[in-house]
Design a protein around this ligand. Structure first.
Ligand code: FDA
Length: 306
């Protein structure tokens, strides 16, 4: 219930204006977002790589409705990739891209062209792109564009959401085509017709999809902070004899940082999803919705300053 209310807030303009302009939000934003600028994210990425972690950088922003804005997003990604290349960070840092930020809702062929430009720029500096997965109305189009882009750049990564009922079929298709697959639970408010609603059902489906990926997948990317699922992944890797450089754990910037370091110290590849930029509102609300304690943390930050 609280999750649905919070996720509805992510689309409320008045709450967004208040949250974005209030200095009171800063401490909470800083926990989950690496900063506003390219300099901020390069510094955060260097620090993560220096401590033995990997990174996937997301330039915040979604639901672009104008071509000019989509072009700005492409330019920002090209600048990011050039900086990562120049700073020698591309061996450990890839990028994540929301197709809605580059015009998925405006025109799919334009979006495909923009996404391809970013994927090619990534390849030119020695790194790769993973396409984030957004709400279920975009799933079909995202997988379609991914398949197109992968014809020339098969290393481009997919995201599968365990809460979607369709994901078992999608994951088989991605396994067949040897795609890199990031498996997450899913962060949007989805109707029962397309998504499992209970935590238990979502977790059980995650475990099923994880088993398929670990047994048959090309390069599983286990995106969860859930201790039970992380333990299951380790057990599956041991049982199937999967080498540690053929899969990775992934977690969000600011979430369970000690666990990130523990897994890395244990010899695992661990990638941190690092968002940056000024359009942090919708991302932040999804992080608050994932964990009621985050709302308390937010409320405490507000109270201590009022
Ligand atoms: P769950 O929510 O059950 O949390 C398990 C435990 O982890 C909690 O008990 C808590 O300890 C900790 N935890 C989880 N979230 C936390 C938070 N926000 N703050 C503090 N502690 C927290 N989703 C999507 O729909 N499309 C996408 O493309 C992506 N991409 C993506 C990339 C990466 C690298 C990650 C890690 C996640 C995503 N997600 C995503 C988000 C994902 O779908 C999901 O909403 C979150 O990861 C939270 O789910 P968990 O699997 O962590 O489990």
């Amino acid at each position: 219930m609280l999750r649905r209310v919070l996720l509805a807030m992510s689309e409320n303009d008045t709450v967004e204006r208040f949250t974005r302009t209030s200095a009171l939000s800063r401490p909470v934003v800083q926990r989950f977002v690496a900063g506003d600028t390219l300099e901020d994210v390069v510094a955060a990425t260097s620090a993560l790589l220096g401590s033995g972690l990997l990174a996937s950088i997301d330039r915040l922003g979604e639901h672009t409705t104008e071509r000019a804005h989509a072009e700005e997003v492409v330019a920002a990604y090209l600048a990011l990739l050039a900086r990562l290349g120049g700073a020698g960070l591309t061996a450990g840092a890839e990028v994540s891209l929301k197709l809605s930020a580059v015009g998925q809702a405006i025109d799919e062929s334009m979006c495909l062209e923009f996404a391809s430009t970013i994927v090619e720029a990534a390849a030119a500096v020695g790194t790769v792109v993973t396409f984030d997965m957004e709400d279920h109305t975009t799933t079909e189009s995202t997988l379609r564009m991914l398949a197109e882009v992968r014809l020339a750049h098969p290393e481009t990564g997919a995201v599968i959401q365990a809460y979607l009922r369709r994901s078992a079929g999608d994951i088989e298709e991605l396994i067949r085509s040897s795609a890199r697959v990031r498996l997450c639970k899913g962060a949007y408010a989805e109707p029962e017709s397309v998504a499992f609603q209970g935590k238990h059902e979502v977790d059980a489906n995650y475990a099923r999809l994880l088993a398929r990926l670990m047994l048959r997948g090309h390069y599983p990317m286990i995106a969860t902070h859930d201790p039970r699922l992380i333990a299951i992944a380790g057990e599956l890797a041991r049982r199937s004899g999967r080498a540690r450089d053929t899969f990775e754990y992934q977690m969000l910037y600011g979430v369970r940082p000690q666990e990130q370091r523990r897994l890395a110290a244990d010899g695992n590849r661990v990638r941190v999803y690092v968002p940056y930029g000024q359009e942090w509102y919708a991302y932040l609300v999804r992080r608050l919705a994932e964990r009621p304690a985050n709302v308390t943390f937010f409320a405490r930050a507000l109270a201590s300053r009022t």
